[in-house]
Design a protein around this ligand. Sequence first.
Ligand code: G4P
Ligand code: MG
Length: 191
Amino acid sequence: MPEDVLSCKKKPVPDGTEKLYVSYETVHKLVKKLAGQMHQSGFDPDVIVAIGSGGFIPARIMKTFISKPIYAVGISYYGVGSQHADHPSKIQWIDEMRQSLAGKKILLIDEVDDTRATLAYCVRELLKYNPEEIAVFILHNKLKKKDDEFPPEIKRYYPAQEVGDVWIRYPWDALDIDEHNRLEALQSSKE
Ligand code: G4P
Ligand code: MG
């Protein structure tokens, strides 16, 4: 079956874009490393908010290390047929979160900080619930010009890894996980 029949990734990847393969093991280790750094920095969140779908698996792994409840939200910037919407929008949001998040320290988790549009939008929406603080955790920050910025309330930003403007292949998008892991190992052996 052609790859794009099964793939759910809506954002088009330009031809020739460099790819970075990341395995589940690497994701787990990145989350563990960051959980330790966050602890050392003195940040002890009350709740995790995971941005779906890329933030779900990193958030669940983080729960292993910090044992806090997870709320899940869905934000989308890419519509049907790879069309880029004008702005991110909520595709799933839980209004009951308002009470649960007021006065709380939130750890917001997503897999990647790319244009920052989705993340910054989500932060602004969550700030409306008057949390004590929001810290942003992502596996990868792409060092590139961003389309949006975080509001000044964001004082803690935890990228597990900084990368260039590459296309990251996450394990949950792999149609053949063995081949995916092989490609990660191959790329590591070249470093
Ligand atoms: P940002 O605020 O996190 O920077 O997100 P942005 O709106 O720029 O990203 C739009 C979508 O593109 C997001 O997916 C994001 O996860 C995805 N994306 C950006 N760069 C990469 C990459 O290098 N690799 C992969 N695999 N995805 C990338 P989304 O609409 O939230 O979908 P989902 O995959 O999280 O469900
Ligand atoms: Mg995402």
